[in-house]
Ligand binder design. Structure first.
Ligand SMILES: Cc1cc2nc3c(=O)[nH]c(=O)nc-3n(C[C@H](O)[C@H](O)[C@H](O)COP(=O)(O)OP(=O)(O)OC[C@H]3O[C@@H](n4cnc5c(N)ncnc54)[C@H](O)[C@@H]3O)c2cc1C
Length: 460
C-alpha cells in the first residue's frame, strides 16, 4: 500500500547523529520527523554482541551540552583517564591521556546513549517513525519510499532531507544520481567482535575502572572499556583473513591457543570467551569518503553516512556530533539553505578527511607501536613538553580529544610536532634527558608561527 504525505524536514536514521540532529532542529523551530529502519530500540532487547562502548570526548560533549544533554548523558558514563597497556608478559603500564585530571574521556554504551537521545527527541516533539527502512528515493524532488516489516510501503515528500543513516547509508546511495557525486570505501582488512569481562559477584571491577585497557599485539588487538555495572565491553580486533584471522579461527581450540599465545592475562577475565567468540557477530571496519555531501539545499549527509572512519581515535560519533554544531552555526548565519549545505560540505570535508587519516594512523599506533620502547619514550617526552610548555604544546591526541581545534589543523600541527619529537628523542633513552634549550628553539621556530597563523592559544 502506498500513501504520500508532505513533510517539512525528514531525518533518515534515528541513530546517534540522527536523533541528536533532530533535537537541535526541533529546538530551532523546524517541523522534524525521524524515519528509522529498525524497531524502537527502547522497547526491543538489544541483540547480543552489538552493545559497543564509545568514548565521548570534547567535541561530542560540546554538542550534547549545546543541546542541554551533557548531565543526563554523563550520568550514564564512566570517566576514562588513560590507557592501560597489557604487555605480552602480563605486566601493565598506565599512560594518562590528558595533561591533568580534568582531561578525561567518557565511556558510554552506544545503545543506552541512542535510547536516551531518542527519548529526548520524542520529548522535544520530534515525530518518530520506526520500522521505516529507506528503499528508494527521488532526491531531486524530495520523495522517499520506505519499506515496513509487514511488506507495506510508505512514500513521503519532504522539503529537506538529512541522511543520518550510518555507514551503509541508503540516502548516500541515492545521492549517486546527483551530477558529479563520487564515493569510495576502503576496507581496513580487519574486523571486530565483542566479548565481555563481567563484574565480580559483588559488582566491583576486575581491572582498573577508569582506563581504556589495550592488549596491542601487532595487527591483532584487544580493547576493553568500562561499563557502569562493573563489567567491561571488550572488542577483539583481528585481520579478516590469513593466519590468526577471523576466517582462520574456526574451532574452540584455535581460539584458546590464540588467546594463550597473545592475550594470556585476559583469559581468566573473560569466562565466556568461547561462547562470546562463536555466538557474537563479526563487524567490519573501513573508511568511507565522498567528494561532497549535499544535493542543492534539499539533501545533506551527516555522520557515518558522510564519513565513516575506523574506530581507533574514538572520533566517529564525536565527529558526527561536531557536524551538527558546525551545521547549526552555518544555518544560523545563512538564510539560503543551498549555499549553507554547500558551504558545510566544502568546509567540513577537509576535517572529515583529516580525522579519517588520523584514525588510520592511530590503528597502526595502537596495534604496532604502543608497546615499543621508542614509542613509549616519545609519549613521555611529549607529556613532558605538554607540562613544561602548556601554552605552546598540546599533543595531537589532546587537540583531537580535548579541544575543538578543527581536525585538519590538529593534523597539520601534529606533523610539525612529530618532526620536533624526532629531534628531541634522538640520542636519549629517558625523557628526563630531553634538551630543554633545543625544545624551546624548536617551539619558537617550528610550532609558534603555525599556532599564530591559526590563532591557536592553548590554555594552562
Ligand atoms: C567497534 C566500534 C567502536 C567505536 N568506538 C567509538 C568511540 O569510542 N567514539 C566514537 O566517537 N565513535 C566510535 N565508533 C563510531 C560510532 O559508533 C559511529 O561513528 C556512530 O555510531 C555514527 O552515528 P550515525 O548516527 O552516523 O550512524 P549509526 O549510529 O550507524 O546510525 C544510523 C541509523 O540509521 C538507521 N538506518 C540505516 N539504514 C537505514 C535505512 N535504509 N532507512 C532508515 N534507517 C536506516 C540505522 O538503523 C541506525 O539507527 C565506534 C564504532 C565501532 C564499530
Amino acid at each position: 500500500m502506498t500513501n504520500k504525505k508532505k513533510q517539512g524536514t525528514i531525518v533518515v536514521g534515528g541513530g546517534l547523529v540522527g536523533s541528536l540532529l533532530s533535537i537541535f532542529l526541533k529546538h530551532r523551530g523546524h517541523d522534524v520527523s525521524i524515519y528509522e529502519g529498525r524497531m524502537d530500540m527502547r522497547k526491543a532487547q538489544m541483540s547480543a554482541g552489538r552493545s559497543i562502548n564509545l568514548i565521548a570526548t570534547r567535541r561530542g560533549l560540546h554538542a550534547l551540552a549545546e543541546a542541554g544533554l551533557s548531565d543526563v548523558v554523563l550520568d550514564h558514563a564512566v570517566p576514562v583517564a588513560g590507557r592501560m597497556i597489557h604487555k605480552l608478559d602480563g605486566r601493565q603500564e598506565y599512560q594518562p591521556y590528558g595533561k591533568n585530571e580534568s582531561e578525561v574521556n567518557y565511556s558510554v554504551s552506544r545503545g543506552e546513549l541512542n535510547k536516551l537521545l531518542l527519548s529526548e527527541a520524542s520529548k522535544a516533539g520530534v515525530d518518530l517513525h520506526f520500522d521505516h527502512l529507506l528503499r528508494g528515493a527521488d532526491l531531486s524532488r524530495g520523495i522517499l519510499t520506505f519499506g515496513r516489516g509487514d511488506d507495506s510501503e510508505v512514500t513521503v515528500e519532504a522539503e529537506t532531507i538529512f541522511g543520518a543513516d550510518g555507514a551503509g547509508s541508503a540516502v548516500r546511495n541515492e545521492l549517486k544520481a546527483a551530477p558529479g557525486f563520487q564515493t569510495s570505501y576502503e576496507d581496513l582488512g580487519h574486523g571486530y567482535k565483542e566479548l565481555l569481562i563481567p563484574a565480580h559477584p559483588d559488582g566491583s571491577y576486575q581491572i582498573e575502572r577508569n582506563a581504556l585497557h589495550i592488549w596491542p599485539r601487532g595487527r591483532s588487538m584487544l580493547m576493553a572499556l568500562p561499563n557502569r555495572d562493573g563489567s567491561f565491553t571488550v572488542t577483539l580486533y583481528l585481520p579478516t583473513s590469513g593466519p590468526g584471522s577471523f576466517e582462520d579461527l574456526q574451532t574452540p581450540a584455535g581460539v584458546q591457543s590464540l588467546f594463550e599465545e597473545i592475550f594470556a592475562d585476559s583469559i581468566p577475565l573473560i569466562p565466556d570467551l568461547q561462547s562470546d567468540f562463536f555466538e557474537n557477530p563479526n563487524g567490519t571496519l573501513g573508511t568511507r569518503r565522498c567528494n561532497f555531501w549535499n544535493q542543492e539545499g534539499r539533501v545533506l549527509l551527516l555522520g557515518d553516512a558522510a564519513h565513516a572512519v575506523v574506530p581507533f581515535f574514538g572520533q566517529g560519533m564525536n565527529s558526527g556530533f561536531e557536524d551538527i554544531t558546525v551545521l547549526m552555526d552555518l544555518l544560523e548565519k545563512s538564510k539560503n539553505r543551498k549555499s549553507c549545505f554547500s558551504e558545510f560540505s566544502s568546509m567540513r570535508k577537509p576535517d572529515a578527511d583529516a580525522i579519517a587519516d588520523m584514525s588510520l594512523d592511530n590503528f597502526y599506533e595502537m596495534s604496532e607501536r604502543v608497546g615499543d620502547p621508542k614509542f613509549l619514550l616519545r609519549k613521555k617526552v611529549e607529556h613532558l613538553l605538554e607540562k613544561r610548555f602548556p601554552k605552546e604544546y598540546r599533543s595531537r591526541y589532546s587537540m583531537v580529544a580535548y579541544t575543538r581545534i578543527p581536525y585538519r589543523v590538529a593534523q597539520a600541527a601534529g606533523r610539525i610536532q612529530a618532526s620536533m619529537l624526532d629531534e628531541l628523542c634522538t640520542g636519549i633513552d629517558d625523557a628526563v634527558d630531553m634538551d630543554l634549550d633545543l625544545a624551546r628553539t624548536l617551539l619558537r621556530e617550528k610550532l609558534e608561527p603555525f599556532l599564530a597563523e591559526h590563532s591557536i592559544r592553548h590554555t594552562d
